[in-house]
Design a protein around this ligand. Structure first.
Ligand code: RP5
Length: 175
């Protein structure tokens, strides 16, 4: 994780994060750092924090309840195994929550995926693929971009670059 401890938020960009990247354990960081990386690529101020639904339940509830008031606009939550963190955060905040299933050594993340995606009606979590932290970060950028023309323009350039990279691979394939 960035220069932080498991209990102290690490802010990346400014002191007023728009996105919270949280995870159930510091062992999730190798997956979740992709979310932080893409947010940095788009210049989105964000914070990184370990918040466990099971080991620090009171902190988890307070974190979810207070996030909107601190100016956070989107929460990205990753967890593995019995991955209750995204859903529990979604239960205590009006902010959009994006869930990242973290694959563990056993069951390859299918357990995490099902724990996150099978939410009851009324409490949605936008679930990305197993290990899909980069897409979670991109989805957060897209949500923010609905009210930020500069971010929207950056996403247009990103999509154009993506298309160009595919065509570049085609040219190499056909050379
Ligand atoms: C989950 O338990 C965490 O999100 C992590 O994926 C998993 C294992 O945590 P550690 O035992 O590695 O701390 O709550």
């Amino acid at each position: 994780m960035p220069a932080s401890t498991a209990s102290d938020s690490s802010s990346i960009g400014t002191a007023s994060p728009l996105v919270s990247v949280v995870m159930g354990s510091d062992s999730d960081w190798s997956v979740m750092e992709e979310a932080s990386r893409v947010l940095s690529e788009f210049g989105v101020a964000h914070e990184v924090e370990v918040v466990s639904a099971h080991r620090t339940p009171e902190k988890m509830i307070a974190f979810g309840q207070e996030a909107a008031g601190r100016g956070v606009r989107v929460i990205i939550a990753g967890a593995g195994g019995a991955a209750h963190l995204p859903g529990m955060l979604a239960a205590v905040t009006t902010l959009p929550v994006i869930g990242v299933p973290v694959p563990l050594a056993r069951l390859d993340g299918l357990d995490s995926l099902l724990s996150i995606v099978q939410m009851p009606a009324g409490v949605p979590v936008a679930t990305v693929s197993i290990g899909g932290a980069r897409n979670a970060g991109l989805l957060a950028v897209k949500i923010l971009a609905t009210a930020d023309p500069a971010l929207s323009a950056a996403l247009e350039r990103f999509a154009a670059d993506l298309a160009a990279s595919v065509e570049e691979k085609n040219r190499a394939l056909h050379a």
